[in-house]
Structures are given as C-alpha cells and as structure tokens.
Write a protein that binds this ligand. Sequence first.
Ligand SMILES: Cc1cc2nc3c(=O)[nH]c(=O)nc-3n(C[C@H](O)[C@H](O)[C@H](O)COP(=O)(O)OP(=O)(O)OC[C@H]3O[C@@H](n4cnc5c(N)ncnc54)[C@H](O)[C@@H]3O)c2cc1C
Length: 427
Amino acid sequence: MSGGSFASAWADWPSTPLPSDALGSDETCDLAIVGGGILGLCSALDAARRGLSVRVLEAVAIGERASGLNGGQVIPGLKFDPDWLLEHFGETRGEALIRFGAGMADCVFDLIARETLDVPHERAGWIQAAHSEHAARAAELRAEQWIARGVPAKVLSAEDVARLTGARGYHGGWLDPRAGVIHPLAYTRELARAARKAGALIAENTRVVRLQHENGAWTLAAHGGHTLRSKSVIVATNAYADGLIPGLAQTLLPLHSFQIATAPLSEATRASILPEGQGVSDSRRIVIYYRRSADGRLLLGGRGSMAEPTQAQAWAHLEHAAKRLYPSLGDVAIEKRWYGRVAMTFDHLPHVHEPERGLIVAAGCQGRGVGLMTALGPRLVDYLVTRDAETIPFPITPIRPIPFHAFRNLGIGAAIAWYRLVDMLER
Ligand SMILES: Cc1cc2nc3c(=O)[nH]c(=O)nc-3n(C[C@H](O)[C@H](O)[C@H](O)COP(=O)(O)OP(=O)(O)OC[C@H]3O[C@@H](n4cnc5c(N)ncnc54)[C@H](O)[C@@H]3O)c2cc1C
C-alpha cells in the first residue's frame, strides 16, 4: 500500500472484492483507461453508459492510491477565485471554468444519489479558516464573489469559526455550503462497482508499460505480456504518472499529503469539535485540513516529507497541529497515520493534453481531485465522442516538462520549510 505499513483510517471499509476482469490475450475495446482512481472510474462509468466498450487497467488494487486515501473533502471551485479566472481567461473560458468549478461538489453528491452508491457522506459545507487578519479579509472577498453569483456562502467572524470548528486561533473565514465530506475508499470502490455494472471491465494489478499508435488504433502492453487494442485512450494516472507518456511526470510536482486519525472521540469531545460536520482547510501556505469521520475520529492532514516515511515521527507535525487547535484532545491516541501523493502544477490548474488524436491525458488536481476528477471524467469522454473541445473547460495544451524537474525534491523541501516559517510568523 502507498502508505507503507501505515494503514489509512478508511482501510477497514468492508467492501466486497471486485470480480476479476484480468486482461486476456489480444483484446480490443473502444476506450482503454489507464488508472483506476476517481478520474479513470468516472470516465469508465460515463463511457460504458454511452454504450462504449471500456477497459480500465489499474497498476495496483482499486482504491490503493490517492482516490482511496484522501481526506474525503468535496470542495467546489478551482484554486482561483471567479474574478481571477475571468481576468486571466476572458469572458468565455473564464465563465466556463467558473461554472465547472461551481458544479464540482454537485457532481459527487448527485452521482452518489443517482447510482445509489453505498458511501458514507455528509453535506454540511466547508470552512476556509483564516490564520491571519490578512487571510480573513481575503476569505471575505472570496465569499463575496460567490455570493454575487448566487451561492449562499457566508462570511465568518472569528467567533463564528470558533463556534463551528471548536478550534482556537482563527481570525475569521468563510463557509461554502456546497461542499461536504465522503468516505473516499468507499466512493472509489463503489465507482468501480457502478462502472462494472454499466459494462466496463476493470483489471487490477495490471500496469501498462507501453502505449503505441499503430494501424489506426492504440496498443497497450501490460506488465506480464498481455496487450489490448483500443480506438481511444484516457491516461488517468495523475500524481502516480510513470514513464508511460514521455514527459508527463515532469510536468507535475508530486507532493506527499500526510494524514492522521485519532481514536474515536468521546461524546463530550465530539460535541465540541466540528459539531455541525463541516470539513475545514486553513488559509496557511502549507495548508492543514481536517474533518470528522462517521465513526467519530478527528482526521487531520497536511504536507509531509518527500521521503517515504518509516516512523510515526514523520507525522509529528500533524499531531502538534491537532493539539494546538484542540487542546481538549488531551492524550487521545493517534491510531492511524498514512500518506499519499498529490499532483501540483506550476500554474495551479489541472492540465489536459492530447499528444496524439484519440489519446487524452489529464493530471494535476492540486489536492482537490475528489470533485474535480468526478466532474472532469465525463467531459473527457464527451470530447472523445463529439470532438467538441468546448466540453472541456481547460485549454488542451502540449506536454511541457518543468525545467530542472530532477531537482524538484530539493526545491519543494526548501519551499515547504520557508512557507512553514512564514505561516508561523503570521500567526
Ligand atoms: C492524503 C491525501 C489527501 C487528499 N485529500 C483530498 C481531499 O480532502 N479532497 C480532495 O478533493 N482531494 C484530496 N486529495 C487529492 C485526491 O485524492 C486526488 O486529486 C484524486 O484522488 C485524484 O484522482 P485520480 O483518479 O486522478 O488519481 P489517482 O487516484 O492517483 O489514480 C491514479 C491511478 O493510476 C494508476 N497508475 C499509475 N500508472 C499506471 C500505469 N502505468 N498503469 C496502470 N495504472 C497506473 C495508479 O496506481 C493510481 O491508482 C488528497 C490526496 C491525498 C494523497
């Protein structure tokens, strides 16, 4: 598992194993999807519903990577505010991006309802909690932009944030009521179940090692020797991109997001921590995010080291953060520690590429992939079917590796240390 011997708080989810759709010899299909996370599975579900024959090839087990390990916060909106998107992309694409971002959380909750997915979830909103006066003003401006667009967002005072989170030390913030929380492993595995039911075949433990365009079709070669021929391909490998698409991994800054979960809290402590069930991210440059789980644990996450963690000490910064926010936690045990990879891009926007006709690649969800990838999957399929580029709100760009990518870990390590210091000084 990506979390080494450190199992996630979701890992106990009692889902039945997927039936095996192991890849046979020389199979063919309309659409091959590399990667069985949220993006790959939402694409597969949509394509199968349109009557395409679909094959998902996943290197490990479904839910073992980011989609099954994440914090389960379903947050609408891209990293940028509506006004910024309009200013930088102009009226037409700017509005398309705003609309897409605005609908991201709806896509998840509507899908859960429509497909009757067995996924614990709660839609009580998301709080962005401001760690400084300056951040509180920025939160107010952000909320106002959404309010002007008809979203019943709320500007929160320091007292409001204290009441809703039970946490200490915030200067204000805003509440986005469109957001919510889900059980991410249940969601990912249920997506796989729904995609299979719709007719898609899903091969786990099947790493694609070569992709070639020949005689008008794509040939995918899997580790172990089997091949698949397909009219179109979606590469949905995100932060786990390997060398399959030349240069792709070098367009991304893969970061580690670490998480901890406490033991289930007592009734009294539960009543004082996030009593209304919102998810929270703070406004720090090195963001801390937290929520409660359905079984009453506090889950808290943030950036972690780029080295593979081998000891509990690697999560100590998150334990300190939890106790700083909630002194009432006292000696409550930290029962779970885990981590996964998130893909950042230099421009903080997801990237969509089509290096050759019929081969679509999407990556870079800046830690917001639950809603983003759920919403994007069907759009990618629509584009493949209709060739209407307007169905994808993001520009389709060439694959452009980041200069000096080989030194990324040094750069990321230094940047994280620097931003942590600035965050601390601003407190
Ligand atoms: C700890 C953590 C916390 C997070 N918290 C949140 C949150 O609260 N809210 C939120 O919105 N987002 C969060 N994220 C981000 C979110 O999980 C991701 O953006 C989202 O899951 C991405 O989905 P995906 O399908 O694009 O990629 P993934 O889930 O990473 O799936 C990619 C898949 O491709 C497979 N693969 C790679 N190469 C190959 C190959 N050659 N052949 C076959 N398969 C291959 C991988 O095994 C992997 O399963 C978090 C991420 C982490 C790690």
